[in-house]
Design a protein around this ligand. Sequence first.
Ligand code: SF4
Length: 189
Amino acid sequence: MESLLQDIRKCTACRAQLPCPPRPILQASIHAKIMIIGQAPGRKVNDSGIPWDDLSGNELRRWLGVTKEQFYEPDLFALMPMGFCYPGTAKTGDLPPRPECAPLWHPKLLAEMTNIRLTLLIGQYAQKRYLGTAFNPTITENVRNYRTFLPHYLPLVHPSPRNKIWQKKNPWFEQEVVPALREIIGGMV
Ligand code: SF4
């Protein structure tokens, strides 16, 4: 794993498409039990170099019911976004994760992390890649039907402050999905 992480840290595969020098940001251990596949680091995370070190991370930890210490324990959580480097920003928000990244690195990382028991799929890019033909027409339906993907996968919306409106429109998420998620995670950490 250490040699693979060193290779990833040296990756420049999509350097020409990135707004700044590549800075892959992830957390991985061969002992990790819970995988979190998000989108890509935002500007703040790119600056700190710490995955989920932002408001989205705070909200995600609240959903999971875990402390920062638990979240940043690599033997518990692997944090492997669809794109490891900050992809830049457009008028409507951060750009999508670079499409080169997951096909290049995910299979190698997953081959090392054989202890993973649950994978949280955050947002459309992770859900499209890992749910395949089981992907519902919308992310909302994937999340609403989360039980059908257990015990291996659990789809979630992105915990970004931008998605507060979605959460208000879909109160079942906070009432049903968050408590179920906490119970599942609580039994694993
Ligand atoms: S986003 Fe992924 S593929 Fe592109 S340079 Fe960073 S690590 Fe390499």
